[in-house]
Ligand binder design. Structure first.
Ligand SMILES: CC(C)(COP(=O)(O)OP(=O)(O)OC[C@H]1O[C@@H](n2cnc3c(N)ncnc32)[C@H](O)[C@@H]1OP(=O)(O)O)[C@@H](O)C(=O)NCCC(=O)NCCS
Length: 157
């Protein structure tokens, strides 16, 4: 059964929940770089959207996308472990991509750990293809993969 979820822009009060979920679900085994202060800066940054998913008003996931003129970078995306496989990650991604489309962004890019099979399956399912392998991207022997999705196809005039 699909969960009833609301996707909305984060407020400064969400920064600790977001940073802790990033530390526990994305940055595990690495130094904690996405601290509450850094998340707060993203929430205030006009070129970045921090979206949160709530279920009955309780925080259950988030995504952070930075928008450039031609492309956007999905910096982080995570769902609380107990609420995965309910469509929440898909809803967050769709919301962030919709903003990118409206802004005329051509391509969304992101990176994930090579060993993160769940994320690679999730993004492949959503039309992302793997464009590069980056050895030792996160730490020694912790390789990364770059994924991208083209939102806008250029047509000849
Ligand atoms: C990746 C992540 C955000 C997906 O969130 P989610 O809410 O569980 O994803 P959804 O329920 O929307 O999944 C949509 C589809 O993606 C695929 N998928 C998701 N998780 C998967 C998994 N563990 N294994 C295989 N396929 C998976 C499936 O096709 C799924 O559809 P289905 O459940 O009908 O089979 C979540 O697993 C997560 O938070 N992981 C830890 C953080 C992380 O790795 N983030 C990405 C790198 S920044």
């Amino acid at each position: 059964m699909r969960a009833e979820i609301a996707i909305q822009l984060a407020t400064p009060a969400d920064a600790v929940d977001i940073a802790c979920l990033s530390r526990d679900s994305i940055e595990q085994g690495l130094p904690w770089r996405w601290t509450p202060a850094r998340v707060q800066r993203c929430i205030r940054d006009g070129a970045t959207n921090v979206a949160v998913a709530r279920q009955q008003e309780a925080f259950c996931g988030f995504g952070i996308m930075r928008y450039g003129e031609e492309d956007a970078h999905l910096l982080l995306l995570a769902v609380h472990p107990e609420q995965r496989r309910l469509g929440i990650g898909s809803a967050l991604l769709a919301w962030l991509e919709e903003v990118a489309r409206a802004a005329g962004v051509a391509c969304v890019r992101l990176e994930a750990r090579q060993q993160n099979e769940a994320a690679r399956c999730f993004y492949n399912e959503h039309g992302y293809h793997e464009s590069a392998l980056r050895n030792d991207r996160y730490a020694s022997s912790v390789h990364g993969v770059t994924l991208e999705k083209w939102l806008r196809v250029e047509t000849q005039a």
